[in-house]
Ligand binder design. Structure first.
Ligand code: ADP
Ligand code: MG
Length: 323
């Protein structure tokens, strides 16, 4: 198990990580979610031992991760880190890159593991191609297979699908996360893409302004986001004062409502004017305006610009958010 305890770090005088604590169990997938610049990559580097912490400790089981002041060559055998640049050997083939760290004394296993990993990243047909001749997305897939070949117990991935086209992303994600679960490899993924998170992650750590603002099970966090920032990492969302929705309510409290939770009505509810309409394929995302604020909602049909419509929020959603 990984235990990160009260770590702080700064590159210069500005603090980048502020007293961060969390745990990751064996075989668990923790997603680190946050906007760009929130400190996700820095946190992964700290866990890998690339940074000298100002305070706090990091343990994997009974091993303490010590920073560069103690380890000239960073990285522990049990842990692998895939940074945003891939660290491949350009002049040797895909298969050679993947098998580079496998024992040549077991040629059968070497071949089987290489084949299995190339299949996982859907690069089997490129096995004999030199890495320098691959596209960025293909190189990223080889890099992933290469870190997995080293059989880490804990895998740290920094935006692992950033260079891969949408056409392949979904199947690769399914392959990778199924593989990690099967092998009981713990994994921490820094991302801002909810597609990596909602279907796969066991838990989510949300970072904002260099601090952890949420640490929860994925679905619980999605269903009950405590702020617009958290909700917006998952889907289009709004912050709406309760007394605007329920005029009898005597509270100034606001609740978070996802665009897809608002129901359109012709007759009653919160009155809005349609300002923008975005076709999303399966539905339309609509930007409406009340006198006070912008509101995003979804609708199966296209609404006319400047038309008036009414929005309602199911009572169970209100109750859930207020609980
Ligand atoms: P994220 O991965 O969430 O986009 P980063 O961890 O890369 O965020 O960056 C967090 C903050 O640390 C940013 O403000 C960034 O400018 C700063 N930062 C990142 N790397 C360095 C560095 N090597 N030296 C100084 N500041 C850095
Ligand atoms: Mg980053």
């Amino acid at each position: 198990m990984l235990e990160v305890k009260n770590i702080s770090f700064s590159y210069t005088t500005t603090p980048i990580l502020k007293k961060i604590s969390f745990k990751v169990d064996e075989g668990e997938y923790l997603a680190i979610l946050g906007e760009s610049g929130s400190g996700k990559s820095t946190l992964l580097k700290a866990i890998y031992g690339l940074l000298q912490l100002n305070e706090g400790t990091i343990f994997w089981k009974e091993n303490q991760v010590l920073g560069p002041d103690y380890n000239l060559i960073p990285g522990e055998k049990y842990m692998k880190y895939l940074s945003q640049d891939f660290d491949l050997m350009p002049f040797i083939t895909v298969a050679e890159n993947v098998s580079q760290f496998l024992s040549v004394f077991y040629p059968k296993e070497l071949k089987e593991r290489t084949d299995e990993l190339l299949e996982m990243v859907e690069m089997t047909s490129f096995a004999k191609i030199k890495v320098k001749n691959l596209s960025g997305g293909q190189q990223q897939r080889v890099a992933l297979a290469r870190v997995l070949a080293q059989e880490p117990e804990l895998l740290l991935l920094d935006e692992p699908f950033s260079h891969i086209d949408n056409f392949r992303k979904n199947s690769l994600r399914r392959n990778l996360f199924a593989y990690l679960k099967k092998k009981k490899i713990s994994c921490i993924v820094a991302t801002h893409d909810q597609q990596e998170v909602l279907p796969f992650a066991d838990r989510v750590l949300v970072v904002k302004d260099k601090a952890v603002i949420a640490d929860a099970k994925t679905l619980a966090l999605f269903e009950n986001p405590k702020s617009l920032y958290i909700a917006s990492l998952f889907a289009e969302a709004n912050e709406i004062p309760i007394d605007v929705i329920k005029t009898y309510a005597k509270t100034k409290e606001k609740i978070i409502v996802y665009a897809h939770e608002l129901k359109v009505s012709k007759a009653s509810g919160l009155k809005i004017t349609v300002k923008k309409v975005y076709p999303m394929g399966m539905y339309f995302l609509i930007e409406g305006a009340t006198e006070e604020q912008k509101i995003f909602f979804t609708c199966d049909t296209k609404l006319a610009l400047e038309s008036t419509t009414y929005l309602n929020i199911p009572i169970d959603i209100i109750n859930k958010r207020l609980a």
